[in-house]
Design a protein around this ligand. Sequence first.
Ligand code: FAD
Length: 222
Amino acid sequence: MKVFIVHAHHEPRSFNGALTRTAVEHLRSQGHEIVVSDLYAMGWDPVSDRRNFTTVSDPAYLKQQQEELHATEHDGFAPEVQAEMDKLRWCDALVFQFPLWWFGLPAILKGWVDRVFAMGVAYGQGRIYENGVFAGKKALLSLTTGGPAESYAEEGGQYGGLSTLLYPINHGVFEFTGMTALPPFVVYGPVRLTPEERTAELARYCRALDGLVARELQAMNS
Ligand code: FAD
């Protein structure tokens, strides 16, 4: 199985860093192929505009989706964007690893989505949801929070249910482009856990990844 992890944390020794290293080691030990885009380490530029393209459709007025379609038809994406698109096309499963920031994706990861999920490449001409371009791919949000689980409870959580907060990503990005969004893997407030509890969370992540692999194998055999 080919797994593409997009990692968005600025500190390699963070718990997010530990989660990505755990995933890479665990999945590789089972013979799976893993590619990681470590966005801060790459110096990923999250700003989406004409820098995404080597081609120009309309020099007088920037209409981003029109330029995306034009770039799709004329091999006109900037090399760093094209490289991420190639990894996306390659993978069977996409994983976003990130700390929840302001109830959403850190800007560097949101900007990765803005630039890489381009019209013509990830969607367009009616190719959305069940007809989506990326049908057959699985997608997993693996995230950490500062707040405790009870604050994100679906019923009565002060911050609102986590599935509601993640809906724009799971439904608006993954499912929109045809992927199957898996139940998210969440570590609530890792900073307040004991070292032993954090180690247990890393082991729980390995089990969640085993579930992802099992679903993939099941789909491939059905
Ligand atoms: P870290 O603080 O890096 O790690 C926690 C602990 O794990 C550390 O002690 C670390 O040493 C230890 N550790 C690292 N590796 C291992 C290992 N291998 N084994 C055991 N222990 C290990 N929170 C919310 O809930 N909602 C929000 O909307 C929100 N918005 C935010 C916005 C911003 C701009 C910022 C900066 C933070 C926000 N937060 C929010 C908090 C943020 O989500 C948490 O701080 C973050 O998720 C914690 O994850 P981390 O990887 O940074 O933890």
